[in-house]
Structures are given as structure tokens and as C-alpha cells.
Design a protein around this ligand. Structure first.
Ligand SMILES: Nc1ncnc2c1ncn2[C@@H]1O[C@H](COP(=O)(O)OP(=O)(O)OP(=O)(O)O)[C@@H](O)[C@H]1O
Ligand SMILES: [Mg+2]
Length: 325
């Protein structure tokens, strides 16, 4: 992998590299970005640079400005609670940036897939996401700082909701309504990609990465997005602790809702979770581990029934628990 001379120059300019050779070690992941670990005189850092085109089967184009949205989210979230995001050290050319490397922190997804499931950690994920939402709810300033509706539409609403609507005549109208309502709600600062693969397990609790889809929008989306991943993994593994983790996440999140009636938010999160579950088997970004035809069928049938008959997230998770684990 190559790195532009201007990024090296930027690192030097920010005092993050000496005059000697700079070694960039690619980190895993990287569907949408180049991500490197760099040793510096003041310790290891991560350099992340957005790619103009995502490395996934179906071609997705995404403006590189999302790198700047990510920096803004990381800084804003750290201002609310310094434990929830890595420290941004410098902004670099090409909407790239440098942040502190967090040593010895596995990615939550790897922990879950290895059977290390801790509902208390899931609850802390819920508490930390809801804290960011609560601190930014009804904030004109945050709304003005994250005017990323177009990006959110291209990377979230279109591929997860509208793409499925195009391929499912029966549910098309429900999914289009959901998409329109999601796009219209301006309530709090949404991370946009709260997936276990973007959460590090640190000694100090969950740390959120990868905020490229950050937007001022409906906080129910973050809750739904993360819950969806846990419910899919429960089907994949048959491990009851994954649905318990989803229940713990939802309950902890509910406990922190102080800007609107919790019941309304949980209902929106339930509807979005149902749609996202379907999107992960029918959409443009299928869950890579959910390959068994039986697993796909189970998710498809359940999700379709749930879209037709919306239920609050807590109820949805409790039913999932009874059915699958
Ligand atoms: N500050 C950090 N400290 C430690 N590890 C990090 C840090 N930032 C990123 N990583 C590692 O690099 C991986 C990719 O980072 P990130 O999710 O931000 O990039 P991405 O290109 O959007 O990845 P993907 O498309 O796989 O989600 C993370 O899963 C994590 O393992
Ligand atoms: Mg990521």
C-alpha cells in the first residue's frame, strides 16, 4: 500500500513524525478507507484516509469529505465523554487524519464471534451512545456542524432501506415511508455506523471508531443499527447471550433517553431494526457470516413479519430471544 507524500508531509508538519523513515503498517478492515498504524517518537498513531470508492462488491461512491465528518464526530463525542473515542491528533491532506492508537483493544465483533459475549459491555455501549445523543439533542450548533444528509442518504438510507424497497413490492411502501421519516427527523447527533466491528473493547469500556456517516438525524438509527448486528449474530451462533446482550443494550439505552418520550423512540428503533435485519439478508451490504440458507430464511421471514407489524425494540428483542436462543 502506498501513502501520498503529502500525508507524510502533513504528519511532519503536525510534529507527529521525525525526519527519519516513516513506517506505515496497514491495519485490518478498510472497506472504505486506508488505515495505517504508524510508530512515532511519541507513541503509535493511526492514520486514516477515506477512499473515493468503497471496496465492496456492489460499487458505492462516497465523497471523501466523510473523513472530515468523522473527525468532527470523534472530537464532539470526546468533548461529551473522553472515554468514548480516540483522540484526534491532526487533520491531514485529502480528508485524512491522525488519531491516537489504542493498544491491546480487540474489536468487539471479534470478541463476539469468538464466543466472548458480555451483556454488561453491551449495556455500556447503550449508555455511551445514548449519552452522546442526550448531549446533542435539540442543539442548533450540532445540527449546523453535521449537515451530512446527502452522505447519510447515499451510505445508509439508499442501500439499506430504499434498495430493499425496490426489490420487495409488498413491503415497498412501508420501507419508503420509514426512509422518508428517517431522513426528515433532526433530533440528535447520530454516529451512523455503530457496528461491533467499529467498537474497540478497552479496559475503560467501549470506544467508538469509524464515524464517517455521522449526521444530525434520528438517534433511533444508532440503536437499531447496533441491535441488528447482535440479533443477526444470535441467529448465526444460536448463543442466547447475544440476545441478552441486545436486550441489555436496549434497556441501558432506554434509561438514558431524556429528550423525548422513550416509548416513541423505542417504536422507531423497532421499525428500523426490522428493516435493517431484512437489509442484511437482501440489501447491498449483506452480513458476511450469515451464509447458511436456513439462517437467511429465518431472518428474512422474521424481519418481513416485523416490518408489516411494527413493535417497540424491547418487544422485538424479547420475541427474538424466544424464537432463536
Ligand atoms: N485508534 C485506533 N486504535 C486502535 N485500532 C484502531 C484505531 N482506529 C482503527 N483501528 C483498527 O483499524 C480498523 C479499521 O478502522 P476503521 O473502522 O476506522 O476503518 P474502516 O476503513 O472504516 O474500516 P471498515 O470498513 O472495516 O469498517 C478497526 O477495526 C481497528 O481494528
Ligand atoms: Mg470500520
Amino acid at each position: 500500500m502506498t501513502v501520498d507524500a503529502d500525508i507524510i508531509e502533513g504528519l511532519r508538519g503536525a510534529g507527529l513524525a521525525g525526519e527519519g523513515n516513516i513506517v506505515l503498517e496497514p491495519l485490518t478492515g478498510g472497506v472504505s478507507c486506508d488505515v495505517w498504524k504508524v510508530e512515532t517518537p511519541s507513541g503509535p498513531i493511526v492514520v486514516k484516509r477515506p477512499l473515493p470508492q468503497l471496496r465492496v462488491a456492489a460499487e458505492w461512491l462516497a465523497p471523501v469529505e466523510r473523513g472530515t465528518s468523522e473527525v468532527r464526530w470523534l472530537r464532539r463525542a470526546r468533548g461529551i465523554d473522553a472515554r468514548v473515542a480516540p483522540d484526534v491528533l491532526a487533520e491531514l491532506p485529502g480528508h485524512a487524519f491522525a488519531m491516537r492508537f489504542l493498544p491491546g483493544c480487540p474489536v468487539w465483533k471479534d470478541e463476539l464471534m469468538a464466543g466472548r459475549v458480555d451483556p454488561a459491555f453491551a449495556a455500556e455501549v447503550g449508555r455511551r451512545i445514548v449519552a452522546v445523543h442526550a448531549a446533542t439533542a435539540d442543539s442548533e450548533r450540532d445540527r449546523a456542524d453535521f449537515p451530512n444528509d446527502e452522505m447519510f442518504r447515499a451510505l445508509r438510507v439508499d442501500p439499506f432501506l430504499l434498495y430493499v424497497a425496490e426489490h420487495d413490492a409488498e413491503l415497498a411502501s412501508a420501507l419508503r415511508t420509514l426512509a422518508a421519516e428517517l431522513s426528515a427527523r433532526k433530533i440528535a447527533l447520530v454516529h451512523g455506523d455503530v457496528s461491533p466491528k467499529n467498537i474497540l473493547v478497552s479496559a475503560d469500556g467501549p470506544v467508538f471508531l469509524d464515524a464517517e456517516c455521522a449526521v444530525y438525524g434520528d438517534p433511533a438509527f444508532d440503536l437499531a443499527f447496533c441491535t441488528t448486528h447482535l440479533l443477526l449474530k444470535a441467529v448465526w451462533s444460536g448463543d442466547a447471550r447475544l440476545t441478552e446482550a441486545a436486550a441489555a443494550l436496549a434497556a441501558a439505552y432506554r434509561g438514558g433517553i431524556d429528550w423525548e418520550a422513550a416509548d416513541g423512540l423505542m417504536l422507531r428503533a423497532g421499525a428500523l431494526t426490522a428493516a435493517l435485519l431484512l437489509a442484511r439478508v437482501e440489501g447491498k451490504s449483506p452480513a458476511p457470516y450469515l451464509t447458511a440458507p436456513d439462517h437467511k430464511r429465518i431472518v428474512r421471514e422474521q424481519a418481513r413479519a416485523l416490518i408489516a407489524r411494527a413493535s417497540p425494540l424491547d418487544e422485538l428483542v424479547a420475541n427474538w430471544k424466544r424464537t432463536f436462543a
